[in-house]
Design a protein around this ligand. Structure first.
Ligand code: MCN
Length: 778
């Protein structure tokens, strides 16, 4: 046995918090490099236009400006993200717009100056001659017969159109006792990390390397993109990710601005820094979530689903992003729509539509907030049509035998779908919320539930099925012990708020018989981490944690071999525990792990004859199935104010199951943050566009980010169905809060509106929507 399970499962305080909470974190903008210059971007004021000429001579004469480059000056190839499927049309996102702009805010030139103020002054002197063109700002516009093309290569402004499930469902619908429909729409949102994007790039002669510090979730993928765009070898690019103040998916794609900054640093042979400002971040960064779903479901008289027929359209903006492509939203929505329910027949069409708006990235939850909204609305509608209780209808349809192979070809590993719903309902009943709702004649109160699963730990196989040309999946970890017994774990994951320095240390500590504070987790440096795919898709606990556990286990074996030699016994007779290697058969036979480390490096003559000096081990881990599904039920009590139309959440309960919980405190924090983002999507945040393609939210006055005053106390209860095929038994959970919240809130609001005859099926639910609905009953 290698160590005892003592740290996995414990709420170890986050190792990163002392520095982050006392202002001692080091984010990109904290990095000071002698002689560093500042960059800023000339951006298109128009959403669609030809560029006739770019004149930067006035920019270059501004005091403090050192250089200004247009696309022609830099001469870079753009980023082309590929899906290897015929239904996808590849397009290129140029690093700077050359002959055409496709969204308001698109970068046209980069200005480099002594300081950010001079760079901003420089921007104002740029003269760009545009010929405004026709534009499309909605799915409807983009698909119109006479619509202008966002890219000449695209037919009908469609990056991707798939028909992945094509059961002949029409006969089922014709014969079904109950058919319900939903036309669900969700708005465009900004992931809005606290720290905007940014980078600092410089060429280092000594290492023959471009070194780029960047706020990113995917350092190795940034390296590949930089090397390809700049004509360098991968070895000549080092990407370092310092502390990152959130990403939420926005930073798991590669930005064109960062490549332009690196190109400028190469040209000038000076360090160049760019920090996105909040306004740029709001409208010219990567957005997400704008979708329209037309879905019908056939039910039998008992409320069992017979078939599902879905048409899914995603407005993905002007460009396909590297490496995930513009296909990520429609492909995930179509593949995972059935969710926690047993759907025997399924037809889906899904497409990614180009519009003259900022491109989209896979924002936390990626399409699952929307598909859960769809399924949960369908459950409620069917129940209403059939005169059944909506929770009863859910229970009749929940997947209840595992593993379950869905109509979508996905294998669902065991979870607690029914138990989480039962428990959530039971708690809200015991607390008297149903009585309050039914008894308070002078108040408008509703209760909403959302049952869902979260596919996590996508391995190589799952991404290969999506037919990405760059296929993420596995992770590699190396665990090294130094001569003093200290441990460094490298991981290819790249935390940006998730607390991996703590949780991955807990996993290693258990294997090595050490305390987590003896383990340092090193991530986010392509020269120091062997290889990895970064942090997204709630993969780090399941896949990164698996690699860490395997590598630590290998190192533990090596330590036991040396200890056994020193203690004159067999390695099987050695336990690693609390810093010691102990003989099982003799309480007095023990040697400190630190002494084993010292022998391994400094007194190698004491090692067993066939053992090399040093203490390190490496391992790779991948998930070779469809992934692992965590699950949850959210229960919400909402009260509507009939005078203002405001929605106030009185109670928020999450009953969730992410398998073995490595660190309950961190998991609870993830759930709470996720729910807050989900509530933001349900009730507040929206990036709108006017008819000219101008974003209507240019500051945080217009983009309504909820504060602590709007977010209720979030109560969390855990169930635990260990995953059979991850090394730790953990399933991922980093997106679940965001996935379940919009549906639970929308269901609660619709429940409150039950006497009005109005059902809402769009988010955000604004006070206007609520007031209009309430007026129907007056
Ligand atoms: N964890 C655990 N036990 C489990 C599962 C997870 O203790 N059974 C811990 C993990 O060890 C990790 C955290 O919970 O410390 C989240 O783990 P996981 O579900 O594996 O997700 P990732 O670490 O891969 O994070 C990605 C996920 C995604 S996809 C987005 S988007 C997201 C998120 O996490 N963006 C975030 N959480 C975020 N949190 C912050 N603060 N900032 C972001 O940008």
């Amino acid at each position: 046995m290698t160590g005892q399970r003592t740290w996995v499962g414990a709420s170890v305080p986050r190792k990163e918090d002392p520095r982050l909470l006392t202002g001692r974190g080091r984010f990109v903008d904290d990095l000071r490099q002698a002689g560093a210059l500042s960059a800023a971007f000339v951006r298109s004021p128009l959403a669609a236009a030809q560029i006739n000429a770019v004149d930067l001579s006035g920019v270059r004469s501004v005091d403090g400006v050192l250089a200004a480059f247009s696309a022609a000056d830099l001469g870079l190839s753009g980023l082309t993200a590929l899906l290897e499927r015929a239904e996808f049309t590849p397009t290129t996102m140029p690093i700077l717009a050359a002959d055409r702009v496709r969204y308001a805010g698109e970068p046209v030139a980069i200005v480099v100056a002594d300081d950010p103020y001079a760079a901003e002054d420089g921007i104002e002197q740029a003269i760009v001659d545009y010929s405004p063109g026709r534009l499309v700002t909605s799915i409807g516009d983009a698909l119109a017969a006479d619509a202008p093309s966002v890219h000449d290569e695209l037919r009908a402004n469609t990056f991707l159109a798939v028909n992945p499930f094509s059961d002949d469902v029409d006969e089922v619908f014709a014969a079904a006792e109950c058919v319900v429909r939903t036309s669900l729409s969700s708005q465009r949102q900004n992931a809005l990390p606290l720290e905007p994007r940014g980078c600092l790039a410089e060429w280092v002669d000594r290492d023959d390397q471009l070194v780029v510090h960047i706020s990113s979730q995917v350092p190795h993928q940034v390296r590949t993109a930089l090397a390809r765009c700049l004509g360098l070898r991968e070895r000549q690019v080092r990407v370092i990710v310092p502390d990152v103040g959130g990403g939420f998916g926005l930073k798991c794609v590669v930005g064109r601005e960062e490549i332009a900054v690196a190109a400028a640093a190469l040209r000038l042979r000076r360090p160049v820094k760019w920090i996105e400002d909040r306004r740029e971040g709001l409208f010219a960064s990567f957005l997400g979530r704008e979708q329209r779903h037309q879905v019908r479901a056939a039910f039998d008289g008992d409320g069992r689903i017979l078939a599902l027929d879905a048409d899914i359209r995603c407005d993905v903006g002007a460009y396909s992003v590297f490496p995930f492509t513009s296909g990520v939203e429609p492909l995930m929505a179509a593949a995972e729509l059935p969710g926690v329910y047993q759907v025997p027949r399924y037809r889906a069409r899904a497409c990614a539509i180009a519009t003259n708006k900022a491109p989209t990235a896979p924002y936390r939850g990626v399409s699952r907030p929307q598909i859960v909204l769809v399924m949960e609305r369908l459950m409620e509608r069917a129940a209403r049509e059939l005169g059944l209780d909506a929770l009863v209808v859910r229970r009749r349809n929940l997947i209840d035998t595992f593993p379950y192979i869905g109509v979508n070809g996905i294998t669902y590993d065991p979870g607690s779908y029914r138990e989480s719903l039962d428990r959530c309902e039971q708690r809200l009943r015991e607390e008297g919320w149903f009585e309050l709702r039914d008894g308070a004649a002078d108040r408008v109160i509703g209760i909403g539930f959302a049952c869902f699963n979260e596919r996590t730990g996508y391995g190589t196989e799952a991404f290969a099925q999506r037919k990405m040309s760059v296929v993420p999946g596995y992770d590699i970890s190396e665990v090294r012990m130094d001569p003093g017994g200290g441990v460094t774990v490298t991981t290819g994951t790249s935390a940006h708020g998730q607390g991996h320095e703590t949780t991955l240390a807990q996993i290693a500590a258990d294997q090595l018989g050490l305390r987590p504070d003896a383990v340092k987790v090193r991530q986010g440096d392509t020269d120091q981490v062997s290889y990895g795919w970064g942090t997204f898709a709630s993969r780090s606990a399941a896949i990164g944690g698996g690699a860490v556990r395997l590598a630590s286990g290998k190192l533990a074996t090596r330590i036991r071999v040396i200890a056994a030699h020193l203690l004159d016994t067999d390695e099987d007779n050695i336990d690693l525990d609390d810093g010691w290697c102990r003989r099982r058969d003799d309480p007095d036979g023990a040697v400190p792990i630190a002494e084993v480390a010292e022998v391994a490096y400094l007194r190698a003559h004491r090692l067993p004859k066939d053992l090399d000096p040093g203490l390190s081990a490496q391992a790779t881990f991948d998930v070779l199935t469809s992934g692992t599904f965590s699950n949850a039920t959210h229960g919400v009590v909402a009260e509507l104010d009939p005078r203002t139309g405001q929605t106030r959440l009185l109670r928020y309960l999450v009953v969730e199951d992410c398998g073995v919980v490595i660190n309950p405190k961190i998991v609870d924090g993830q759930v709470r943050g996720g729910v807050a983002q989900g509530i933001a999507g349900a009730l507040y945040e929206q990036i709108g566009y006017d008819a000219d393609g101008q974003p209507t939210a240019g500051s945080l006055i217009d983009y309504l980010v909820p504060t602590a005053a709007e977010i209720p106390e979030i109560d969390i209860e855990h169930l635990e169905t260990p995953c059979a095929f991850t090394e730790t038994g953990a399933k991922g959970m980093g997106e679940g809060g965001t996935i379940g919240a919009p549906a639970a809130v929308l269901n609660a609001v619709n429940d409150a509106l039950r006497d009005t005859g109005v059902e809402l099926d769009a988010v955000p639910i604004t006070p206007e929507h609520v007031l209009r609905a309430l007026e129907c009953s007056r």
